[in-house]
Write a protein of this length. Structure first.
Length: 173
């Protein structure tokens, strides 16, 4: 079959296209996850690691923009538990180009997801300024988070001291 409107290699005024077929793809819909129940189940492991930190430690809760259901509820639960453990939590965006890769845009993305200071009970600190932590590894740290322990909603953490040095989450050194 010839198509006169196609741009590309043509023979005369028409281009030849290969045969095409309509395809449908069906995705399984996973059951909803109770974010707070999952947090309650996983919290003892995270709390054990927090016991190695100095009282009043600053904790950056890194929040991304990629499809975690009920993320504001989950972040609020994490913030509440961190406060109960004697920590000082704050939120930092953990996204690349979302929000136009600007601090204001990323803060707006978080707000659209329901992650605001009022909703989660912790300030949202955002800047796109970074600091190199290791010359050999090329690792960069988000400056508001650099002097803090970073906790993401999956409860992974990377602790840094006030000088930006990586510390052991268990020894504090």
């Amino acid at each position: 079959m010839a198509y006169p409107f196609v741009v590309g290699p043509v023979v005369g005024d028409e281009a030849e296209l290969p045969a095409m077929f309509a395809v449908r793809q069906h995705f399984d819909v996973l059951p909803a996850v109770d974010a707070l129940a999952a947090l309650r189940e996983e919290w003892p492991r995270a709390k054990a690691a927090l016991s190695a930190l100095a009282p009043g430690a600053s904790i950056a809760v890194a929040v991304g923009s990629r499809g975690i259901a009920d993320i504001a509820v989950l972040v609020r639960g994490i913030v509440e538990r961190l406060r109960e453990a004697g920590c000082k939590p704050f939120v930092v965006p953990a996204m690349g180009s979302h929000g136009g890769a600007t601090a204001a845009g990323q803060t707006e993305v978080l707000a659209h997801l329901g992650v605001t200071e009022a909703a989660v009970g912790a300030p949202v600190r955002n800047t796109l300024d970074v600091e190199r932590l290791w010359k050999s590894a090329g690792c960069l740290a988000h400056l508001p988070a650099a002097p803090a322990v970073v906790v993401d909603p999956a409860l992974r953490r990377l602790p840094f001291d006030a000088a930006g040095n990586l510390m052991s989450p268990f020894t504090g050194a």
